[in-house]
Design a protein around this ligand. Structure first.
Ligand code: NAD
Length: 492
């Protein structure tokens, strides 16, 4: 089905699409064209109350009684439903975010695999047992944490929703998911698909809403047991504060300024096209975008000129054209922020080699931009630009490369390109980052833990250990002996 007409999207609460209590329905426009795509309901506090009540009811009702094997079947059925509806979902996501449909298709494939992975991983959930000594025995039970509030950003609306939903549902939690109000559409469709394959009412609730008001209310709400957040480091700090009263479990997937190190001995035929891809796919609006390109001095000029050529070869345009490499940014307001970084970078002495100008026209497009900088301390080398802008910085040797790789407050992803395998492993051990890629640019796979060091957050997604973040461990201790237990020795 092609998304050719403007549609109304409600909230998804208690197993059905509902209208927001406040009547707040907003226009959603395509960032690449400015055209109206949909009208979407936006949740307020009364809707959050209702969603949490539905989620609690699900835990105490049918969802709470659903066995692990039945949950596994539901997760696999949802994976099948996403796959069956991938054309509609891909078009909706590409139009809503403005990103190239080729990227969105890969994200959808991962969404499918992610539900399959956690559907299978349910089999690994289990406690353990061991004797304590004497007649005492211990065993543990794994129980869902409860109602999880999940907050996701606009850059990968569907994929981030699936990263969060799949492990929570696998663990048996019920969920109140809050998408960004700019990109609410595919998460609502996902909830509809989940209801269609049999997820009980209230297990999944989707309430798009404004962050500082509705989002903050959700995080503070006493009916929430755990908060899982993906977004900026600044908001992550605020989430920790909000989640402290009453105390809730928190995991944070935050920003990045990921280094991409190219040594002179690297295979540049792979390293450079991959370096272009790892900053320009998704128009650089990726937490793990490799936006700090660190290059050994002896090949620096060559790499800058080849990155210039590669950036110029990126096809920017209609998100729905399968030949497009890069679509638009999420909005004109965001483009202004991105461009501001480039202008200030030039003001601080960096050289804009490619791009760096705001094009005419109605869409929020920004060109692939290559900036050369001598110093790692410039704002454009330190801050998350969250746009198609790579800063290329020279390093002297391996020691200097490690120093520069760690010279940022973030630690989400790093990539090392070298012809020396031992050096690749040495750097993997020394770079403070949740993931290190050696001679390959890809970042996220179901089953491989993904998350941050330093200001990039804590907790891991996509991994087996993610299940633990949605589970409580209950220790049960018992006596198996037949003798009376009399700790004070009071029995006569
Ligand atoms: P953001 O922090 O502004 O918003 C993220 C989400 O939080 C949105 O849903 C927003 O409505 C909500 N929010 C904002 N203020 C809130 C508050 N006070 N209380 C509750 N919720 C609130 O981030 P953004 O600009 O939308 O997203 C981009 C950021 O997300 C970047 O920093 C990027 O690196 C990060 N990100 C990280 C990962 C990861 O896995 N580490 C993945 C994708 C994006």
């Amino acid at each position: 089905m092609a998304v050719t007409t403007v549609r109304e999207y409600g909230l998804f609460i208690g197993g059905e699409v509902v209208e927001p209590a406040s009547g707040d329905v907003r226009e959603v426009r395509e960032p690449a064209t400015g055209e109206l795509l949909a009208r979407a309901a936006i949740a307020g506090e009364a809707d959050i109350d209702r969603a949490i009540e539905a989620a609690r009811g699900a835990l105490e009702g049918e969802w709470g009684k659903t066995s692990g094997t039945a949950r596994a079947r539901l997760l696999h059925a949802l994976a099948d439903a996403i796959a069956a509806n991938r054309a509609e979902l891909a078009e909706l996501e590409a139009r809503n975010v403005g990103k190239a449909i080729s990227s969105v298709k890969a994200e959808l494939q991962q969404a499918v695999e992610n539900f399959r992975y956690y559907g299978s991983a349910i089999a690994s959930i289990g406690g353990r047992a061991n004797p304590i000594g004497g007649s005492l025995l211990f065993y543990s039970l794994k129980e869902p944490v409860g109602v999880a509030a999940q907050i996701v950003p606009w850059n990968y609306p569907l994929m981030m929703a699936t990263w969060k939903l799949a492990p929570a549902l696998a663990a048996g939690c019920s969920v109140v998911l809050k998408p960004d109000p700019q990109t609410p559409l595919t998460a609502i469709r996902l909830a509809e698909l989940a209801a269609g394959v049999g997820f009980p009412s209230g297990a999944i609730n989707v309430v798009p809403g404004d962050g500082p008001t509705t989002g903050a209310y959700l995080v503070r709400h006493p009916g929430i047991d755990k908060v899982a957040f993906t977004g900026s480091t600044k908001t992550g700090g605020e989430i920790m504060r909000l989640a402290s009263d009453p105390v809730k479990r928190v995991t944070l997937e935050l920003g990045g300024k990921s280094p991409n190190l190219v040594f002179a001995d690297a295979d540049l035929a792979s390293a450079l096209p991959s370096s272009a891809w790892s900053i320009f796919y998704s128009a650089g609006q990726s937490c793990e975008a490799r936006s700090r390109l660190l290059v050994e001095k002896t090949v620096y000029d060559d790499v800058v000129s080849r990155m210039d050529e590669l950036a110029r070869a990126i096809r920017v345009g209609d998100p729905l054209d399968s030949d497009t490499h890069m679509g638009s940014l999420i909005s004109s307001a965001h483009r202004e922020r991105v461009h501001g970084y480039v202008e200030r970078g030039a003001g601080e002495g960096a050289t804009v080699v490619t791009g760096g100008t705001v094009p005419d026209g109605s869409g929020a497009f920004y060109p692939p931009t290559v900036v050369a900088a001598d110093s790692s301390s410039l704002e454009i080398a330190q801050e998350e630009v969250f746009g198609p802008v790579v800063t290329v910085i020279p390093f002297e040797d391996e020691k200097d490369a490690i120093r520069l790789a760690n010279d940022v407050r973030y630690g989400l992803m790093a990539t090392v390109w070298t012809g020396d395998p031992a050096r690749g492993h040495r750097l993997a051990a020394r770079i403070k980052s949740g993931t290190v890629g050696i001679n390959m640019p890809y970042t996220a796979f179901p089953g491989i833990p993904f998350g941050g060091y330093k200001q990039s957050g804590f907790g891991r997604e996509l991994g087996l250990e993610t299940l633990e973040l949605y589970l409580e461990t209950k220790s049960v201790i018992l006596s198996t002996g037949s003798r009376p237990i009399d700790p004070f020795g009071l029995a006569t």
